[in-house]
Design a protein around this ligand. Structure first.
Ligand SMILES: Cc1cc2nc3c(=O)[nH]c(=O)nc-3n(C[C@H](O)[C@H](O)[C@H](O)COP(=O)(O)O)c2cc1C
Length: 532
């Protein structure tokens, strides 16, 4: 085993939560160093964005079926809608004297390590450059002004780039070693959130898979140590091409143009003190990504469009009302038809969000612990998102599983075991009641050897999990129920249930869905009090 592979396996094993001990964390929370949830670049010119999402009439059902509206113009107003409905605030919550913001994108512990950037050529209302999105105030901070013509030439098609980075410290402050995993999940959620919002504007989203980390850092200005000083570093994650055509941008040309750019602003420091998590530094190094070739888009057949959800809501409403349930009632059922429609949305389609963002073949498959789905026997099911893996999956799991085809013929869903798994689901979710009180819980089985062969893919496996989770969040809202991402789970308890004994498949993220019970002690305030 190469040293890199070994370090990756070590991180993976040591960051597992186990029934008898949790992954290394900070112990008690140090409230004095609680990170500021908002990154700002002080001194950078600010461009206020209009709150225009309410003018968007696109229905959620059309977006999830891939029926996109005609592409809108790339101008300030539409860029504002893109950010408002993906990384923007969705509400403020308050309890006593405490007030905290929620966003359209979820985040483990609501810590929001993810930062968003915009790179554009001159657009109506925006000059060419690099911008950081400050969700608190719904504005863009101009990090770089670029006049070199190579910048605009780099955007060969009609569109913009959205950049994503992570501030690991924000999560590590609370979760220690396992925090790096959560940052990756959150990145996946952010990719999906951007892809959905872009689709509601008629735009396609493609992850630029070939980009090296250095290229992403250079284009977003994350490598400008003079602008960061003692402020927490941002790790380069992803560049998304958001456009109305498939012409990829020429990143090299754009980077060359940045040599003559004028940069503005200094990053704010989020905490007065930090704890260095060596394991996070190590997994960051191990999963470094160099320049690769863009993968050929997989041959994805036409999927059967999912049945309409129970509620026919507009996309803007669904994006902003998405919430995590804190408790489930333990009684709500969903219908088998609604359940199958949700699963259909998890099957990748080239031009349908959020799967349009990923060119790689599906490597993650949900194993479902079904408790309360009318017309479906409670028990263990598997949705094999890539049917090519059927025999490998069978070999890796208990020989006694039924592998009985379930649901509509076109849905690659298999029934493995009839059983009441409520107690098991609760145990696997680190004893959280929402595992048992849900309609169903699930673990996402990732083809782990993809990461062992190319360590940077470890990040992408978590992203794929986050994307799957985001589909479930939105589908739950449209079905009149609610979801919750579960980062706290006992990894090897899930593997033991399934009979997985090696690293061929590893469960990287869990999820639950059910009838939510709200915490009535909390008040909800609108996301942006000012009106344009
Ligand atoms: C990667 C990830 C892991 C999470 N893990 C848990 C969990 O184990 N238990 C839980 O109750 N909520 C969990 N959540 C939900 C977050 O606490 C929630 O997203 C956050 O508080 C923000 O609230 P919102 O989703 O309603 O916007 C998780 C969310 C994400 C994205």
């Amino acid at each position: 085993m190469t040293a890199f592979r070994q370090s990756l396996v070590e991180y993976h094993e040591r960051s597992k939560h186990r029934v008898n001990h949790y992954a290394p964390g900070p112990g008690e929370l140090d409230w004095a160093t609680q990170p500021n949830p908002f990154r700002e670049f002080r001194g950078a010119p600010q461009i206020g964005l209009p709150l225009a999402a309410d003018t968007l009439a696109t229905r959620y059902n059309d977006v999830r079926r891939g029926n996109l509206p005609p592409p809108r113009a790339f101008d300030l107003r539409n860029i504002a809608i893109l950010f408002e409905l993906s990384l923007g605030l969705s509400a403020w919550k308050s309890y006593g004297a405490n007030r905290w913001a929620l966003r359209c994108n979820p985040s483990s512990g609501n810590l929001h390590p993810t930062e968003g950037y915009l790179l554009c050529r001159p657009l109506a209302g925006l000059s060419a450059g690099v911008y950081h999105y400050l969700s608190r105030d719904h504005l863009l901070e101009q990090r770089a002004a670029v006049n070199d013509p190579r910048w605009s030439e780099g955007f060969s098609g009609n569109g913009v780039l959205v950049g994503i980075s992570s501030i690991y410290w924000r999560e590590a402050w609370k979760y220690g070693m396992r925090a790096w995993r959560y940052c990756q999940h959150d990145c996946g959620h952010a990719i999906a959130a951007v892809s959905y919002a872009a689709a509601a504007l008629g735009w396609q989203t493609r992850l630029i898979c070939s980009a090296a980390d250095e290229a992403v850092a250079g284009l977003l200005g994350l490598d400008r140590s003079e602008d960061f000083g003692f402020a927490e570093a941002e790790a380069p994650d992803a560049l998304l091409w958001v456009g109305d055509s498939d012409v990829p941008p020429d990143l090299e040309r754009m980077r060359a143009a940045l040599n003559k750019a004028r940069w503005y602003g200094r990053a704010n420091q989020l905490s007065s003190g930090h704890v260095q998590w060596q394991d996070i530094d190590s997994i960051h190094r191990v999963t470094h990504k160099s320049l690769t070739r863009e993968p050929a888009p997989p041959d994805r057949g036409q999927r059967t469009p999912p049945a309409p959800p129970a509620l026919d809501l507009d996309f803007a409403r669904i994006a902003r009302q998405r919430r995590s349930a804190v408790n489930f009632d333990g009684t709500t059922h969903i219908t088998a038809a609604a359940f199958f429609a949700m699963l259909e949305c998890l099957i990748a389609q080239r031009d349908t969000p959020p799967w349009n963002a990923l060119a790689s073949p599906a490597l993650v498959h949900p194993a479902l612990l079904v408790h309360r789905v009318d017309g479906l026997e409670p028990g263990l099911y598997l949705l094999l998102r890539n049917p090519a893996f059927l025999s490998r999956m069978k070999q890796s799991m208990r020989p006694e599983w039924l592998w009985q085809k379930a649901g509509p013929a076109h849905l690659p869903l298999y029934f493995l075991l009839p059983y009441d798994l409520r107690d098991v689901a609760k145990l696997i979710c680190c004893h959280q009641d929402i595992g048992a009180d849900s309609c169903f819980a699930l673990g996402m089985l990732a083809q782990f050897d993809a990461a062992l062969n190319e360590p940077w893919r470890y990040r992408h496996l978590f992203w794929e999990c986050g994307i799957l989770g985001h589909v479930l969040y939105l589908e739950a809202e449209a079905a009149g129920v609610r979801s919750t991402g579960i980062g706290c789970f006992f990894d090897d308890e899930m593997h033991a249930l399934l009979g997985i004994e090696d690293h061929s498949w590893q469960s990287l993220y869990h999820f639950t869905m059910g009838g939510a019970v709200d915490d009535r002690r909390l008040s909800t305030l609108p996301p942006y009090e000012f009106q344009p």
